[in-house]
Design a protein around this ligand. Structure first.
Ligand SMILES: [Fe+2]
Length: 208
């Protein structure tokens, strides 16, 4: 009997190639400097990070206007807008003539030992992270099958299972690379086991 085994209810993730070297060098240097400057100046963000036991610095709870604070972030937004558009097209979203818009962008300077436990990004459509500095061992992005809670009697997968069949998938960041996913997809940041901070910029896009 001929049969086809079809992938249904697919979870798509956008895994970019790194930026071309020349472009990456300029953008990453600017972003690295801008992140370091803001991390050293943003007292409210430092206090927020400390209060939330974030090991390092994040502007998540303190700043909502990164693209106006440094041209590096405005330049990054221009790149992201195009990539988000491409991903939304790949997801076959019918946006009714409207575009997805950047809702919030924030800096993560994650010190050695720091990680971020499993979470989703409520009230957004697409979320993602652009990596600025990823020292060796600074941890992967771990994605979780959203149907995990329903898999009560499901057998585990073989070691050679393709990514699309695994309950957890690990994406390995590198500087100049971008990952995008639908905001409901649960994910976590593995602990940074490098000797220096991992610097990244995360963001949410909403449909409004
Ligand atoms: Fe996240």
């Amino acid at each position: 009997m001929a049969a086809e085994i079809k992938p249904l209810f697919v979870t798509k993730v956008y895994d970019s190639t790194p930026l071309p070297p020349l472009k990456a060098e300029a953008i990453l240097q600017d972003l690295d400097a801008a992140c370091a400057f803001i991390a050293s100046e943003d007292r409210a963000g430092q206090q927020w990070s400390q209060a939330k036991a974030y090991k390092g610095y994040t502007s998540y709870g303190s700043l909502t206007d990164l693209t106006r604070r440094a041209s590096a972030f405005a330049d990054l937004k221009k790149i992201l807008d195009g990539e988000i558009h491409r991903f939304a097209d790949g997801l076959a979203f019918d946006l009714g003539g409207r575009r997805l818009k950047l809702d919030h962008m924030w800096i993560n300077v994650l010190k050695p030992g720091g990680g971020h436990t499993g979470h989703i990004h409520p009230l957004s459509v697409i979320s993602g992270t652009f990596y600025v500095a990823t020292p060796e061992g600074s941890g992967a992005l771990k994605l979780e099958d959203p149907r995990l809670a329903q898999m009560m009697a499901a057998p585990p997968r073989r070691a050679d299972a393709e990514d699309g069949l695994r309950p957890f998938v690990y994406l390995h960041p590198e500087a100049g690379r971008l990952f995008l996913w639908e905001s409901w997809l649960r994910h976590e940041v593995e602990p940074n086991r490098a000797r220096s901070p991992r610097v990244s910029i995360s963001f949410n896009y909403s449909w409004g």
